[in-house]
Design a protein around this ligand. Structure first.
Ligand SMILES: CC(C)(COP(=O)(O)OP(=O)(O)OC[C@H]1O[C@@H](n2cnc3c(N)ncnc32)[C@H](O)[C@@H]1OP(=O)(O)O)[C@@H](O)C(=O)NCCC(=O)NCCS
Length: 371
């Protein structure tokens, strides 16, 4: 296999009517709608409806959808019990993977006719399950998982902080959830499709997708980016530090992309939020530090920040702990994963590629006593 096609770069691995992401940093669309229009004018619930149902909701459809999602925010007693035994030192990605698996045992999918209901359930469930565990295992509090918040973004922030969030923070979280919602055949979505193609239950595909998302080359990059930014007190230190890392051939997390080659269209939106929220924050220097890293990366490698880099800043300025950054990605991407699982099932064929064999051939078998 040539280097160009390693990792299946540039190879179409199937059809989709859900998302396009253009190589040149433009053309990211969900069901034909430009990401900038969605991030500017829409809400996360509208986008989740669009992805899973195929069209933007009318006002009536949106109201009905939100009314359906609201009571699905609860966490069953059995799942709470399972979450209670997970220590606070666990990674929250492992916690959500477990929560998803346990929910799949308590509310199993017995027929594909339930798939849209399960997708809605997981969308509402993940913020509550995550915050229930955070409060229980890390803050020693058992919380109710209900709030009066109208949006999932507001609901999540209120459960996480134990108080009503500002409108600005709700808006910022909502935009971030829109940006993270869908991205064509990325590693976790492709994982969900590969698993779905063997025709298991919905939850199995989502658990697998969470596993793929966890790594620092995919969703985990937002946490790794924060750990990098925190190392520097000034832009000058950052610029010099990145140069040394590049000379060491280190990968700088939050930069580069497997598809985009010039810029990530989502970055332009989230960077503005990072700048806005930095003002007056005790760590406001992280923003100029990040810009210095961005400049150095472009000057040295012509690499640009992807969505994860300034998302890290944004979440930090909202007071969110670093190891919750990738779980927020789940809270959003479940909408895209669900759309892909449903699409895969609608026209299914087992995904089973070939491999280029590079091992030894024509080996003479030797008995174990002779080896
Ligand atoms: C996203 C990513 C996996 C895509 O990688 P890819 O298309 O496979 O590209 P490669 O890893 O083959 O990189 C090509 C070249 O750019 C370099 N490169 C790519 N991303 C880099 C980064 N973030 N930091 C430093 N160098 C990078 C590679 O080292 C390689 O250089 P070389 O040709 O001198 O060996 C890669 O850019 C990366 O690891 N980024 C950091 C993790 C990240 O932010 N992930 C979230 C993506 S949304």
């Amino acid at each position: 296999m040539s280097n160009n096609t390693m990792g299946l770069r540039g190879i179409s691995a199937g059809n989709t009517a859900i998302c396009t992401c253009g190589k040149d940093g433009v053309g990211l669309t969900y069901r034909g709608y430009d990401i900038n229009d969605l991030a500017t004018h829409s809400t996360f619930e509208e986008v989740a409806f669009l992805l899973t149902r195929g069209h933007l909701p009318t006002q009536q459809e949106l109201t009905a959808y939100k009314n359906k999602l609201y009571p699905l925010r609860g966490v069953p007693q059995e799942v709470k019990k399972a979450l209670q035994i997970i220590p606070g030192s666990a990674h929250p990605m492992d916690v959500l993977r477990t929560a998803c698996s346990v929910l799949g045992c308590i509310e199993p999918e017995t027929s594909h006719s339930q798939q849209l209901d399960i997708s809605d359930r997981l969308l509402s469930f993940f913020p509550s399950a995550l915050c229930y565990w955070v409060q229980y295992a890390r803050n020693g509090k058992e919380i109710e998982t209900t709030t009066k918040q109208d949006s999932l973004a507001g609901h999540f922030l209120e459960l996480l902080n134990g108080k009503a969030p500002s409108d600005e923070h709700i808006k910022c979280m909502d935009v971030s959830l829109i940006l993270y919602a869908e991205h064509e055949f990325n590693a976790s979505t492709f994982t969900a499709r590969v698993i779905s193609a063997t025709l298991p239950d919905f939850y199995s595909a989502v658990c697998g997708a969470i596993g793929a998302l966890r790594g620092p080359l995919h969703g985990g990059a937002n946490e790794a980016a924060m750990e990098l930014i925190e190392q520097y007190a000034t832009p000058e230190q950052a610029s010099q530090g990145i140069l040394s890392k590049l000379q060491n051939k280190d990968k700088i997390m939050g930069f580069g992309h497997a598809v985009y080659k010039i810029n990530d269209p989502r970055n332009l939106v989230i960077k503005k939020w990072a700048e806005k929220l930095s003002h007056g924050h005790p760590n406001q220097h992280f923003y100029p530090v990040s810009e210095a890293i961005e400049k150095r990366m472009w000057d040295e490698k012509k690499l640009f920040p992807n969505l994860d880099f300034y998302s890290a800043n944004t979440y930090h300025f909202m007071g969110i702990e670093t190891d919750l950054f990738t779980p927020i990605f789940i809270i959003s991407r479940i909408s895209g994963w669900s759309a892909h699982i449903i699409e895969q099932r609608s026209d299914n064929r087992l995904i089973r590629p070939n491999a280029e064999y590079t091992g030894p051939t024509e080996q003479a078998y030797t008995d174990i006593s002779q080896r």
